[in-house]
Design a protein around this ligand. Structure first.
Ligand code: FMN
Length: 413
């Protein structure tokens, strides 16, 4: 019996015997299944699954509303892959709240500003971007499309913005970089092995990545119910591009999965020291206190994120905490923002409340599934074009002008 059969039989057995088994027996079965299907981090990808194939579609997309893409992507992707991409952790509360919280922030436009031409170009940590919208790190783009991260990189390059490569990408960071001459960052799931960590930092620098984002919000896996139901984890056959070099694949996979769980500020200081001058910013900052600490220890930015509600369910929406983080940072280092962004007015609100650049995760994966590189390009162009309209209506002619002045204060009761 292989691991999958074991998992299936334990899950099914739990269901079949639920009527007769004691509740503690059922609970034990469920816990066993959960522990075997840990997703990121500690994702266990050691079982080959040759059956999985992402979409092969390559086309421009006519987009009305990014939310429609989720429905469409579900039609073209295997259930397990779609569930992995779309799902959040726990009860999905934070996942929903991330987007819903934007509706509690109101734009206060300045009419008669005489704005018609708007400039979306911006700069962050020395990189010039065509717009303040970028692609955050997502593991395993092969779940969405057979061309994997190469297609995403080409789509991003076509619009001239920034892409972040995940430690658990299917393709290597070097191959992804070869498809995108533009700005790029590398996300780091900090391994326990310091030699391997050093190797990843050096590879990133050599491949042209200019910043490192150690992820700090997901060091322990919070169960993702959709993956448990689907008995799913990203298949290893899609590739693991950033395995350590010079070790056998089995050892490499173990080293990739062995992440430092007791991560603290000293680890980030060490990464900064070893990063060869690359910018370092923690990804997953969710409090003003942590943001202030990032400044104190000399980091180059903070990335306000809750992993799109895929890490710790129950935490506040990122747009809710952003104003307090912006206040703590007080312009000393840039703020990168993501989680729940689905519209150009969301981008505008995040910029106005202190973000320097704004990432969109799942919509990019859906664009990839529905149209490959052109699909990714279509998603980015759609938000860019709508941001142009939002800025004209608000009365802001460039990104710097988007400030808190354009957010309405709470109504007087
Ligand atoms: C399929 C998928 C895989 C992800 N993989 C990673 C990862 O490898 N590392 C990481 O730091 N964040 C990862 N994330 C989180 C994203 O970087 C980002 O924080 C999140 O998608 C933003 O929320 P949104 O999807 O609501 O836009 C992943 C997200 C998705 C949807």
């Amino acid at each position: 019996m292989d691991r999958r059969d074991f998992l299936l039989s334990s899950t099914l057995a739990a269901a079949a015997t639920a009527a007769t088994a004691t509740s503690s027996q059922v609970l034990a079965q469920t816990q066993l299944a959960q522990s075997r299907i840990e997703t990121e981090p500690g994702v266990n990808m050691d079982r080959p699954n040759t059956a999985y194939e992402g979409s092969k579609l390559n086309r421009k997309l006519e987009i009305v509303n990014l939310l429609d893409l989720e429905t469409e992507a579900q039609k073209v992707l295997p259930a397990g892959g779609f569930g992995y991409i779309s799902g959040g952790s726990g009860a999905n509360w934070t996942r929903r709240e991330n987007t819903e919280a934007f509706s509690r922030v109101n734009i206060e436009p300045q009419a008669l500003s005489g704005v018609s031409k708007v400039d979306l170009a911006t700069e962050i940590l020395g990189s010039k971007l065509s717009m303040p919208i970028f692609v955050p790190p997502m593991g395993s783009h092969g779940l969405a499309h057979v061309d994997k991260e190469a297609a995403t990189a080409r789509g991003v390059a076509a619009v001239g913005t920034l892409m972040t490569t995940s430690t658990v990408a299917n393709l290597s960071m070097e191959e992804i970089a070869s498809h995108n001459p533009g700005p790029k960052w590398f996300q780091l799931y900090v391994p326990t092995d310091r030699g391997y960590t050093r190797e990843l930092l050096q590879r990133a620098k050599a491949a042209g990545y200019t910043a490192i984002a150690p992820t700090v919000d997901n060091v322990w896996a919070y169960p993702r119910e959709e993956n448990i139901r689907n008995v799913f984890r990203p298949p290893s056959t899609l590739g693991r591009g950033n395995l350590p070099r010079g070790v056998d694949p089995g050892t490499g996979a173990k080293m990739l999965g062995a992440r430092k769980r007791d991560l603290d500020w000293k680890d980030l200081e060490w990464i900064k020291q070893e990063a060869g001058g690359l910018a370092v910013m923690p990804k997953g900052v969710q409090s003003a206190k942590a943001a202030a600490m990032a400044v104190k220890v000399g980091l180059d930015g903070v990335w306000v994120s809750n992993h799109g509600g895929r890490a710790f369910d129950g935490v506040q929406a990122t747009i809710t905490v952003l104003p307090r983080i912006a206040q703590a940072i007080d312009g000393r280092i840039p703020i990168v923002f993501d989680s729940g962004v689905r519209r150009a007015d969301h981008v505008f609100k995040a910029l106005a409340l202190g973000a320097n650049v704004v990432g969109m995760g799942r919509p990019i994966m859906y664009g990839l599934a529905l149209g490959g590189a052109q699909g990714v390009q279509s998603v980015l162009e759609h938000v860019r074009d709508n941001l142009t309209i939002v800025m004209r209506l608000a009365g802001t002619k460039n990104i710097k002008e988007i400030t808190r002045d354009y957010i309405a204060p709470p109504a007087i009761a």
